[in-house]
Design a protein around this ligand. Sequence first.
Ligand SMILES: [Zn+2]
Length: 340
Amino acid sequence: MKFEGSTNVRSERFGAGSIEGLGDELGNFIVTTMPVPWQVARPRMGGTPTAVVMVESMEVDVLDRQLAELPACDTFVGIGGGQAIDMAKYFAWKRGARLVSIPTVLSVDAFVTPAAGVRRNHIVEYLGITSPDPLVIDYELLRTAPADLNIAGVGDLLSIHTATYDWCLAEQAGHSEFPFARRDVDAARAILADTIAQANEIRRCTDAGLQAIVDGYMRINTLCLPAGHYRVEEGSEHYLFYELEERLKRPFIHGHIVGLGVYLLSRLQENEPDMVTSFMHQVGLKFQPAEMAIRRDDLLESLSSLLEYVGSRPHLWYTVINERKIDREWGEAAIAELKF
Ligand SMILES: [Zn+2]
């Protein structure tokens, strides 16, 4: 699909089998990857990389050490999920080299965001600006990943539902942190509507379904990059996830936990919870606490601590959490139909 506005993607190579022969076209290139995606991609892309470097850790110290040991090259090719792509972005940015991004799963949007997500003493930092040239979306390659991980890619599109509502609430309450843009809210909701329309394709990970997720991410970027913030797709549903991650001290598959956040916060907003829930069922998104090993009491505690949690973090935006009280009774009712 053609986009209005620009994304950070310099060129695109989309289609089943689009990775074929790419290695022979690249000249002097270094691959950043992990064992499984490399095993799948290597015979398909051909060519001989100057070096292949595996993700050990996303800590900046480790990345800098790995980069210092690498020979000169023209291009860094990131092949894999978010970490392998972010590693290529970081290296390409540090060396001023060309970047080629080849996601092998759509569970996170690292392949369309300009900055590399790295860690410094376990805290996430976003560094640099990069543009894939090209971004390679090969449906056959993506289908080698577990279907539920590709489906998890809808999480950050689904979050438009609750995040735009939060932004409107903030505007009405006079707490808008950014210049409010009704046009961006409407455009983001159109992206969500188009995603929902593709639910059956996404569920089956067809070419159209996978492309719908990629298109959604790229369209979000046409809104968020010029605006300089991600308000249209990040709100209270993400805050519940941040709280749970800190509380339980373990990572989650992003789209799954965001899905749980959308389920609960759309209920607090009284914002078409049944519509989004039926989409999550239709698409096969794994948002149930049982599927993430979240216990009932932990979720109830997390919900009743949310206001205090956001209150002690001034960088978090105004959302429904600031406006509607979450007590135990509300929490019990909201989770009544979830599976633990
Ligand atoms: Zn997100």
